[in-house]
Design a protein around this ligand. Structure first.
Ligand SMILES: [Zn+2]
Length: 201
């Protein structure tokens, strides 16, 4: 196979280990994948670009994530029935998702054990996010069904979005641009380090 040198394949040139196992794209590679919603800096999108932009029918990202390393899947904590990971498309830095391991779509399909652990992991996430980020409040909830805004409607997930008093600015409205100020790998490592290790006991 001849190398023509015309296409860079060295996406590891940033040094993935720097971000705790999360691969990052170069700015030139990202510039070749434009979309209508401009982003100032979005290294987290590489995970979806690698996997194909939309999850395939038999490739639910919330089913696959637990089989990957924490760093690669952006997982911050694993419980007995559910786990917690960073959202790839965060509304804010530290935007977490709590998912059951089982592939169930809606809250009423979750077992009592899953419901209880979604609750307890959500409480722990609030405590941890308050500690590491000094947030002033949270938006917490579930979109049930695509019509209600669920991006991955097939697999139940609860959003936990930390909020700060000054986090809403004119950017998303005026410029169609949302600034995500911190790299996801960095944020994941910080939250995982602050997560109490005895949670699921
Ligand atoms: Zn699933």
């Amino acid at each position: 196979m001849a190398e023509n040198g015309g296409l860079s394949t060295s996406r590891g040139s940033y040094g993935a280990s720097e971000f705790d196992g999360v691969d990052v794209e170069s700015s030139t590679e990202f510039a070749a994948v434009p979309d209508a919603f401009q982003r100032l800096w979005t290294p987290h999108r590489m995970v979806y670009i690698e996997e194909g932009q939309q999850p395939q029918e038999h490739a639910c990202p919330f089913c696959i994530a637990p089989s990957m390393s924490d760093g690669k899947a952006l997982i911050v904590a694993r419980g007995e029935h559910c786990y917690v990971l960073l959202n790839l498309f965060p509304y804010n830095s530290g935007h977490l998702l709590v998912c059951p391991y089982r592939h169930v779509a809606t809250y009423d399909e979750a077992t009592p054990e899953e419901v209880a652990e979604i609750g307890s992991l959500t409480q722990t996430a609030m405590t941890v996010l308050r500690t590491v980020s000094n947030c002033d409040g949270f938006n917490i909830g579930m979109n049930q069904g695509r019509i209600a805004g669920a991006g991955i409607a097939e697999h139940l997930h609860q959003h936990i979005v930390p909020r700060w008093a000054l986090d809403s600015n004119f950017f998303p409205i005026i410029a169609g641009t949302k600034a995500i100020p911190r790299l996801l790998g960095e944020v994941r490592a910080e939250i995982a380090a602050a997560w109490p290790s005895d949670h699921s006991d």
